[in-house]
Write a protein that binds this ligand. Structure first.
Ligand code: FAD
Ligand code: FES
Length: 385
């Protein structure tokens, strides 16, 4: 095959993410179900979006009190095989500030701050540098993609990518919803299953709701249904995403059935469990120091919060966020592992060592921003908080 000419190579716009772009522009809103919308975005300048199917981005949304910005993460439901735009698909959560703001206010033409992409939940190996080569590793594999409710987004991105790239994989796509009216991407899934003989679709609804004509499965996804419908499930790579109880049940069923643990991966839409594990909330306030004069406390450093006027001690091997929590202070945080960017804070002075996982851009680091959840102090530090 002929090598691409220089002109052909130059035809592709520069890659996103890049340090110059911190916002995306909404170009389309699609009502998927009564409480789910897809938001489609362009980069502000022409860009080629590069990410792994299953990864998420974190949005800055002015949905807090008085229009303050709050961060939430959303999986890219789009496929990197269509690199001119990206989409997220959001379920309206009762009483939730961000999902309701997106549903009620985000319109085509509006811009929204974003970091990412990040995350390791993907059928594409993280060592893969390019999409065609990365998806080639999926060829010949058997997949079982299982989702409940809005947890469909990462596995939909994987499915769309494998189908678009004509990957020679055998896929069973299982989606569970409350009623037929809650099935997200129902028409697209049905069409794809008609077009692709190696894709099998299994839709399961807890009840028929108003759709009395529904002839698909009614009830909860169970081990017996999976074993009956997917007799070779032990040979499959399984990716699951959905509510916590749903994933717990699916995981237990599959492992009980004999699925090797290394063939099972799941994604949670809540960072809470992870955050608890990394930064267990302690009630002690023994880490609090009463001065902000910057002197190191026994074996550690002092972290001062310039706006709040608080200060606390932090050991050299302790994350600044962990020390703040131990001191009884509440700082914004979500993933606690440097993925989502929620804890991003301007450093006024001092030195830290930061091991992030994509939640901050190099440009922001150069401007003095840090992620306290994955930063340990190398000196006394003053943060703009
Ligand atoms: C890595 C990651 C990827 C995510 N991807 C998506 C996605 O593709 N689509 C999507 O809709 N959401 C996704 N979420 C959830 C999203 O970040 C928000 O938590 C959600 O939109 C609710 O935000 P909120 O501010 O409206 O409500 P919050 O105040 O944050 O949440 C209110 C309550 O609802 C629960 N909750 C959060 N999300 C859901 C949900 N989807 N269904 C039912 N209950 C929920 C929360 O645990 C909390 O108890 C993802 C979260 C993470 C961590
Ligand atoms: S809490 Fe997610 S990056 Fe710090």
């Amino acid at each position: 095959m002929a090598e691409p000419t220089e002109n052909t190579a130059n035809a592709y716009p520069p890659i996103w993410p890049c340090d110059d772009d911190t916002a995306l522009q909404c170009i389309q809103v699609v009502q998927e179900t009564h409480d789910v919308k897809t938001f489609v975005f362009n980069a502000l300048q022409a860009r080629t979006f590069v990410y792994r199917p299953g990864q998420f981005i974190t949005l800055d949304v002015p949905a807090g009190q008085g229009g303050s910005v709050v961060q939430r993460s959303y999986t890219l439901s789009s496929s990197p095989s269509r690199p001119q735009r990206v989409s997220i698909t959001v379920k309206r959560v009762a009483g939730g500030p961000v999902s309701n703001w997106l549903h009620d206010y985000l319109q085509p033409g509006m811009q929204i701050g974003v970091t990412g992409p990040a995350g390791d939940f993907s059928c594409m190996a993280d060592s893969a540098t390019s999409l065609p080569a990365g998806m080639q590793t999926c060829a010949g594999q058997r997949y079982l993609l299982i989702s409940g409710g809005s947890g469909i987004t990462p596995v939909m991105s994987m499915l769309r990518t494998m189908v678009d790239m004509a990957v020679d994989a055998d896929i069973v796509f299982v989606h569970a919803a409350r009623t037929p009216a809650d099935l997200i991407f129902h028409k697209e899934l049905t069409l794809l299953a008609h077009q692709h003989p190696r894709l099998r679709l299994l839709l399961v609804c807890e009840s028929r709701g108003a759709h009395t004509e529904w002839s698909g499965y009614v009830g909860r996804l169970s081990r017996s249904l999976l074993e009956q419908q997917v007799p070779d499930l032990l040979q499959r790579q399984v990716f699951t995403c959905g509510p916590a109880g749903f994933m717990q049940a699916v995981r237990a069923s599959l492992l009980d059935a004999g699925l090797p643990e290394k063939q099972y991966q799941q994604e949670s839409f809540s960072f809470e469990t992870l955050a608890q594990a990394v930064n267990p909330v302690q009630t002690t306030t023994q880490n609090t120091v009463s001065t902000s004069e910057g002197s190191a406390v026994s074996g550690g450093f002092t972290i001062s919060l310039s706006k709040l006027g608080d200060a606390f001690a932090c050991a050299p091997d302790q994350s600044i966020l962990g020390a703040a929590v131990a001191a009884g202070l509440r700082l914004p945080a979500s993933c606690s592992t440097g993925l989502c960017g929620t804890c991003k804070t301007k450093k006024v002075s001092g030195e830290v060592s930061m091991q992030h996982k994509g939640g901050i851009r190099q440009r922001e680091i150069d401007q003095g921003w840090i992620l306290p959840c994955c930063s340990v102090p190398l000196s006394d530090v003053v943060l703009e908080r």
